[in-house]
Design a protein around this ligand. Structure first.
Ligand SMILES: C[S@@+](CC[C@H](N)C(=O)[O-])C[C@H]1O[C@@H](n2cnc3c(N)ncnc32)[C@H](O)[C@@H]1O
Length: 419
């Protein structure tokens, strides 16, 4: 139950948030500013987790609620422009625990600046029918209801418990949009076609059902991500029958992955069967540092996962590995890296070729990367440079089980911190 709190205090905090978002350029229109000023975020996150980073162990998540932190402090944190994690490991909520726990974020209330910036980027006009993928807490859904009317909003959430909580929160805030429990990859055909589609979880490719549930002119906003950590928000316009094209938008946007788009635990092949090591000019920063180079590396080896074992152990510091047991093992120091490759594909050669093409094209930033979607083929093209096919549906990370050691990779960024 949401605790009592001075209504005026929440209203003041909302007003301040809207002001800050407008000043920073995230809110660009009076309509979305009014939505931020009206939607009570506290109804959507009565409890959540605060992140505790640690050097000597996994990140911990501290349960936060009005009861624990005091009404005023809790309310202030609710209205901070940060993402609040609301579920770990597909089950645990902050109401389930009494002290900090570890776990992997699986649902959150995305930071308001990103939510409202995406709504602005979607360029809605009155009467638009919107399909949202990833209801989460329902906060972004509520903003959409305020702007377009609840009957124009359909939102899909894969997790039944999360969806039920969002439905209750939306009801408390006075909104009754069309809520669907299911895999957002299938869209929601019942209320198609949509004028706009917006995803607040990330995908490795654009689900074909969304194209089928669109019409010419439909705008689709989705974060494309992968298993190396490359990520970026893409804005597509539907051009015809199941075709769309568009660009990555500027800036860093990271969302937790749609659940079916997460990789299976990586299987480490026998690393002694490699082709011998050689020097490489590329260091592991192309795998670890967010930016166009990381995205290009990911596009070059879309089935590969990156595992950072760290220095000083028996295993290579960085490993790229994919289900057919192709691998590239990087060892060395900041000035001098060597790579050893094994399996049917030379993953590091592919990364080096892709990065060389990107460099020859003048190292363009991601907002110049062009995306085309056609039946059976999705492609990212850099201007004056190479292009790569995105993985397609059905090619997600099922593994052969032939390997020797299973590892669930941890990335340097925590998924869900941003969205
Ligand atoms: C970052 S949260 C969404 C934030 C939300 N828009 C908000 O404002 O609170 C991502 C949500 O996507 C959901 N999700 C993951 N995979 C999904 C899928 N395949 N279909 C629909 N929802 C999915 C997760 O359960 C999670 O609740």
């Amino acid at each position: 139950m949401t605790p009592d709190h001075p209504t005026w205090h929440a209203a003041e905090l909302r007003k301040q948030l809207a002001e800050d978002l407008a000043r920073a350029g995230h809110v660009r229109s009076a309509e979305w500013r009014a939505a931020v000023e009206s939607v009570p975020r506290q109804e959507f996150i009565p409890e959540f987790f605060a992140k505790i980073d640690r050097i000597d162990g996994p990140t911990l998540w501290d349960p936060i609620s009005a009861e624990r932190s005091g009404d005023d402090r809790w309310l202030e944190v609710v209205y901070e422009d940060i993402s609040h994690v609301t579920q770990l490991d597909g089950k645990t909520t902050a109401a389930d625990v009494v002290e900090a726990v570890d776990g992997n974020p699986t649902s959150s209330s995305t930071m308001p600046s990103l939510v409202v910036q995406m709504w602005e980027d979607l360029e809605v006009v009155d009467g638009n029918r919107v399909l949202e993928i990833g209801t989460g807490t329902g906060y972004s859904t509520a903003l959409g209801c305020h702007r377009l009317g609840e009957d124009n909003i359909t939102s899909v959430e894969v997790d039944p418990q999360v969806a039920a909580r969002a439905g209750r929160a939306l009801g408390r805030a006075g909104y009754r949009p069309h809520l669907v429990v299911g895999d957002g990859e299938a869209g929601s055909p019942d209320r198609a076609p949509y004028d706009r589609i917006i995803a607040t979880c990330s995908f490795r490719y654009v689900p074909s059902a969304w194209l089928e549930q669109s019409k010419p002119g439909t705008i689709i906003l989705v974060t494309l991500s992968g298993w190396i950590g490359g990520t970026g928000l893409v804005k597509l316009t539907v051009t015809g029958d199941r075709t769309a094209e568009g660009q990555f938008l500027p800036g860093y946007v990271s969302f937790m992955s749609a659940r079916a788009h997460n990789p299976e635990p990586a299987i480490i092949p026998n690393l002694s069967e490699g082709s011998g090591s050689r020097e490489t000019e590329l260091g592991p920063e192309v795998l670890t540092a967010y930016g166009p180079a990381q995205l290009v590396a990911q596009l070059a080896v879309p089935e590969a996962q990156h595992i950072n074992f760290g220095p000083g152990g028996d295993l290579p510091e960085h490993l790229l590995v994919q289900p057919d047991e192709s691998y590239a093992a990087l060892s060395g120091t900041a000035a001098n890296w060597t790579v050893e490759q094994g399996g049917p594909h030379r993953l590091w050669d592919q990364v080096e070729t892709a990065l060389a093409g990107w460099r020859q094209a003048g190292e363009p930033d991601i907002e110049t990367f062009h995306v085309t979607v056609k039946p059976g083929e999705q492609q990212v093209q850099i201007p004056g440079g190479p292009s790569w096919r995105l993985p397609s549906g059905g090619e997600t990370g099922s593994q052969s089980g032939l390997g020797r050691l299973q590892v669930t990779p941890h990335t340097d960024r925590c998924p869900g911190t941003d969205g």
